[in-house]
Ligand binder design. Structure first.
Ligand code: ADE
Length: 440
């Protein structure tokens, strides 16, 4: 019998402990939801990476749906360029995702350390990226947060795409066939995602792949600035500067991918037909015929069975309903953003009017509004303080950001809910940290 959670009886063990048949070792990284630890199956000696998700954090960050999506998305994917999910375990307080271990680090680190890649290597990595991403798309799974940090390298320098935490399954597509949840990292986000009139996950992932290709070829980001609003403006314009020294073939492909119009942007299929892309291209063989990749494993501890397996946890059914484990929440703990076509002056006036009506105090400073809870019985640090700021994306589209500086989450949520209502932004089914929804 293998025990869970038992500390290893060894003075030199350091941080090592057991989770069922896995010996847990060093921290490999820290993601959005918790740590990723190195693990070894003590029966087979195989290495794994275990993503440990703290349920209380999930509840606090209101990302239960995100976790459900990650699990359900990863279960479907068996491709040599996509990190595999082997097993999911859970305790009362944690979820453990047992993932394929990838030991070459992040592509981000490779480029940070070595700068731009040789064109031939950039092409090889890009071919693998496109293979992995198009495979996922063909199974109705979109990544939606593709960036260098989510692209890992194995011992042979091959790509493994990780962290499908923001992926959307077909159920998240509305009747118009478009996705309506906005997320992703600012530098890699497609223009149509920013304007949020609904977007095609395929085309927006393709854009992010284009940003990754650009970074591999040049060593820097195509759309960058210290100011978030300027990044958004650059993306909306979509005019990435292509250095003179870049080969014509690469320039042509980058241009066709970083096309701000998703309707005319090159598709995955046509990328695969591009002359520059095709050089030395051998498509990877998916491992779809492997059976039962996500294992059903019961893990027990000495006294009582505190670990349940994935199948018990999520029912292993189509709904993947974890609602018994997580609270449903839908705004960020720290930052909420939504878009509006109203002008900044009117936006700020309406915000001021609404929050004053709610009993909050308001201070104006450098074009921002500081919203402060005024109850005297609260200490300075427990009083809610929120900064409201408006960024211009283009002359007819603005982003409102409501940033919590300190104070209680529940009051912050009430405030955000009220303001989102004021601007006609629906506090909808998608429980993501950042919302960019066009105000009516
Ligand atoms: N960091 C995050 N995920 C990882 C993985 N699957 N393998 C190695 N390091 C990681």
């Amino acid at each position: 019998m293998v025990f869970a959670g038992r500390q290893k009886n060894n003075k030199n063990a350091g941080e090592e402990w057991y989770l069922g048949k896995y010996e847990i070792g060093r921290t490999l990284g820290e993601g959005n939801f918790g740590k990723v630890k190195y693990a070894k199956d003590i029966q087979t000696q195989h290495s794994f990476a275990i993503k440990i998700i703290d349920k209380t954090r999930v509840i606090k960050l209101k990302i239960s749906d995100q976790i459900k999506r990650e699990i359900s998305a990863l279960k479907l994917l068996k491709h040599p360029n996509v990190v595999r999910l082997h097993e999911v375990l859970a305790s009362k307080t944690k979820i453990y995702m047992v993932l394929e271990y990838v030991n070459g680090g992040e592509l981000f680190d490779t480029i940070s350390t070595n700068g731009k890649q040789q064109e031939s290597n950039a092409r090889k990595l890009f071919q693998q990226l496109i293979d992995g991403v198009s495979y996922c798309h063909d199974r109705g799974v979109f990544h939606r947060d593709l960036k260098l940090e989510n692209v890992l390298l194995d011992a042979n320098g091959n790509i493994k795409i990780s962290d499908f935490g923001l992926s959307a399954l077909p159920e998240h597509i509305r009747e118009d066939g478009l996705l309506h949840t906005t997320c992703g990292s600012p530098n890699y986000v497609a223009p149509e995602v920013l304007s949020n009139r609904g977007y095609d996950g395929r085309a927006s992932d393709t854009w992010s792949c284009g940003v990754i290709l650009y970074v591999m070829l040049t060593g820097y980001l195509p759309f960058d600035d210290r100011n978030l609003a300027v990044i958004y403006q650059k993306i909306a314009k979509g005019d990435a500067r292509l250095p003179k020294w870049m080969s014509l073939g690469a320039k042509n492909l980058v241009k066709r991918i970083l096309d701000p119009n998703p309707k005319t942007r090159i598709t995955m299929r046509d990328i695969k037909l591009d002359e520059w892309f095709k050089e030395g291209y051998t498509p990877a063989k998916p491992n779809d015929d492997e059976v039962m990749s996500v294992q059903e494993t019961a893990v027990e501890n000495q006294e009582s069975r505190t670990y349940i397996n994935a199948f018990e946890l999520i029912g292993m059914c189509s709904s993947l309903d974890l609602s018994g484990f997580f609270e449903k929440e839908d705004v960020s703990e720290r930052k909420v953003r939504f878009t509006s076509t109203l002008l900044p002056k009117e936006l700020l006036e309406r915000i001021e009017h609404t929050v004053t009506h709610m009993g909050f105090g308001v201070e104006k400073c450098n074009g921002k509004l500081k919203i402060i809870e005024e109850h005297k019985e609260h200490s300075e640090s427990s009083r809610l303080s929120v900064t409201a700021e408006v960024f211009e994306i283009n002359p007819s589209l603005y982003v409102v950001e409501l940033r919590k500086n300190c104070g209680e989450v529940s009051i912050y949520r009430q405030l955000c809910d009220k303001l989102m209502k004021e601007f006609g932004v629906s506090s909808n089914q998608e429980h993501l940290a950042t919302k960019l929804v066009e105000a009516s």
